[in-house]
Design a protein around this ligand. Sequence first.
Ligand code: PEP
Ligand code: MG
Length: 567
Amino acid sequence: MYEGVNASDGIGIGVARVAIEPDLSFTPKPVADVAAEKARYEAARARFVEMTNKQIESMQARGLVAEAGIMGAHIEFAEDDGLIEAISGDIDTGVCAEQAVKAAYDMYYDMFSAMEDELFRERAADIADVRTGLLAFLLGQELVDLSSLPENSIVVVSELTPSMTADIDKEHVAAIVTETGGRTSHAAIICRALEIPAVLSVEGVTSIIKSGDMCIVDGGKGKVIVSPTADQLETYREAAKKLAQDKAALEAFRGVPTKTADGIEKLLVANIGNPSDATGAIEHDAEGVGLFRSEFLFMDATELPSEEEQFAAYQKVALLMKDKPVIIRTLDVGGDKEIPYMDLPKEENPFLGYRAIRYCLNNPEEYKVQLRALLRASAFGDVKIMVPLVTCIDEIRRVKELVEECKAELDARGVAYNPDIEVGTMVETPAASLIADDLAAECDFFSIGTNDLIGYTMCADRGQDKVAYLYNPYQPAVLRSLQRIIAEGNKAGIMVGMCGEAAADPLFIPVLIGFGLGEFSVSAPSILRARRIISQWTKEEADALIEKIMKLKTSNEVRAALQAAAK
Ligand code: PEP
Ligand code: MG
């Protein structure tokens, strides 16, 4: 049994196909005919771009819009002016195309791999992919082809690149195992979107597993079993059957309103990171968008996106969602969300520093570009503005002033917007929780960000294993904070939602019903499951549960009580 990163849930049982990568070794040789060498590079580049464009078209045809967007990054890295200039310049000095390509892409690869932010580090995989493609074509090699595989294939590959997944024969792939990649890598994102079980970062797996080996891959637990025993096969076949039945049973909750067992309506919406995720949200039956993390637009760019670019993205989501609510969070930069070109100062303690709304209010002209784009999008749907990391009233008041300034500017330009656009607060700091009554009087809705609220309340980093025992919503301190925020919001008559991960926690949903939460914003694949759990509880039952757990003193006791009560 081998362990790796549990990147995409599900159980795959089948026969391993170890993908052999092209041999990219070469001996650099000086060139005499510079023009011919440049033409060779240009031909390889053109072939790579053509191949990638075909893959993008094929992905779009299969409705894989987000994945096609990822492949767009390959075209950008193939057509990057800086890289082209560096390579041509090298060839001018007599260096062969292979070496010039390798040197330029190696430099970019090293630069991206050294970045602190995981999302940026993962982009290094895209750069490596373009480098492999160009070198393979220059050396007359073919690329790994996963487009036609025998049934029940377990694909084993050192690195699953986005271009490999572009044509992947989804019907015949039972699971994917790799040697590299984290949960936020493109490989992981694509496996989840394709709903292919995947375990990533299994050390040395391409040498351990041989083509033809029987394997079991448990994507949810991050386990790979090679040459399983008959007993293991039996156990996992049963587990796979149960998973499939469970998934099929959830279909009964598609297209029905989200209600508690005693008929209290709740709003069940999706968290998205970019406009194409909105399509997935609709497919999973979301009733709107509860959190559009707008920073992904900024992360996917090399400079601040313009008002037009932002407007196009927000408008796209608004139009896709028709009259359903779309809550867009304004730029949440800093802390765990690094955007290199914004050049935020290095800090001892970035989580307590210059970030999110603090940065935006210090750069009002930059912030107003986003606010104007949001206002313009509000003419096309039910767009709402949400402010991250609020800690005091002044911040929300200042945002509202800036929104008014933007409205006046749009009036002067004769541009339409919703004059009654709602402005809400993310409640994700202990400070915001403590002044929830005053905050509720100043804004149109609350959305509780438990990911940060738990971290700041418990003083525990969400990514730090050693303090993981503190980081959970069952902590009495977190429970009291949540109860207070929801009660104050409800008292003020504003909508109270939750967009942190706790909103999708099956054990925690009844607690939130008891507290009186009105909106649950979860990742798209969690929607049907959340709807089913909500439908299983009456308010009275949830209240009784609250009464019990609020007396408990430790998170372990709370978790145990919730497990015992789970339906
Ligand atoms: C949160 O903090 O709960 C949240 C939803 O935002 P993020 O995870 O993007 O910080
Ligand atoms: Mg947050």
